[in-house]
Write a protein that binds this ligand. Sequence first.
Ligand code: NAD
Ligand code: MG
Length: 390
Amino acid sequence: MRRVTVFGSTGSVGVSTLDLLARRDDIRVAALTGGRNIALLAEQAIAHRAELAVTAHEDCYKPLKEALSGTGISVAGGPGAVVEAGYRPADWVMSAIVGAAGLAPGFAALSQGRTVALANKESLVTAGPLLLAEARAHGATILPVDSEHSAVFQALTGEDIAAVETVTLTASGGGLRDWPLERLKNATPDEAGRHPNWDMGQRITIDSASMFNKAMEVIEAREFFGLDPDQIAVLIHPQSLVHALVAFRDGAVMGHLGAPDMRHPIGYALNWPERADLPVARLNLARAGRLDFAEPDLVRYPALSLAWQVMRTGGAAGAVFNAAKEIALDHFIARNIGFLDMAPVVESTLERFADQADIGAAPRSLAEVLAIDTEARRLAGAVAAARRAA
Ligand code: NAD
Ligand code: MG
């Protein structure tokens, strides 16, 4: 029996993960963690006979306790309890909380030497070097779950990273890709929250429309694979069938293709280093007919340029970038600022942070990352409020 813990089990990646786990008979679920969707968390915990169910919110503890009374499933609540779940024995841990809240639970699992399937890209963007060092120090393994990074990882299997010239991440262009530029400023959260190809959580779907998601993924790729910023490229690929391309020094390009279904990269991480049957649609290129590619328009997607700015700055910039992006997104979802205000809010936050601190200095601990995150959120909140008032 393999013991498995799923952080963020009630989210999009979490539900896909449990779908795969339910099809196997060699899995024991150690812990599931969720947020406010107590009905779903309780249902999952019962269906998967979890040993422990944790809600991240203290005020949700009681309802969860009631929902699971008489089941024998242990219950806990609060952010500390989520982190605690990471210390429990497990062979495989899915890190699928959204946002910087996923950082500490992932660190906890790595500190125990676990194999961590990392969907939470915020971990690598905010604390990449620390996260990799933690894994090395404890003999832990990090496996990428983001589809593009899983694709690169698979294309690199058996290869020498020194032979890589470039890594190209593809992007669908998001739900507003074909809108005229002048309409974008009026885009609503609902409109930006519809994805043409992938079925994902609301936040990452809006981040796809703005390409903040791709900006995060560029930084994630740099950290995970140890690439130089100028080795990474992005191509718009509306069909979302080619997930990434790796070009080698001898001119060969290895691409990873497949139907857009997160159960592929999740399942790859679950079965790694082997491959096993997965319930995903098979790619039929004759039916797909064509694969299109185009350079992204940086006027339409200013967030993308910020990724290279962040990578060149290094140090605290990734944590500031992520925190500011999360706040800008909150304000967009609350309709305080417009779709096109998000990138300027993040850019101004990076500037303000650099005015008051050495943004190029690398955080030396998780506590320092979290302090940078808190300060960047404060600054971004002020910038967003000023923009709203203007
Ligand atoms: P989601 O919003 O659907 O689910 C997020 C999960 O995190 C939920 O279980 C929620 O309860 C939990 N959560 C939210 N806030 C929390 C907090 N403060 N503390 C503890 N738990 C909290 O998100 P998602 O789309 O499943 O994405 C999860 C992560 O995976 C993100 O980092 C995202 O960028 C990444 N990712 C997602 C996809 C996808 O297809 N959805 C693809 C690639 C990468
Ligand atoms: Mg992705």
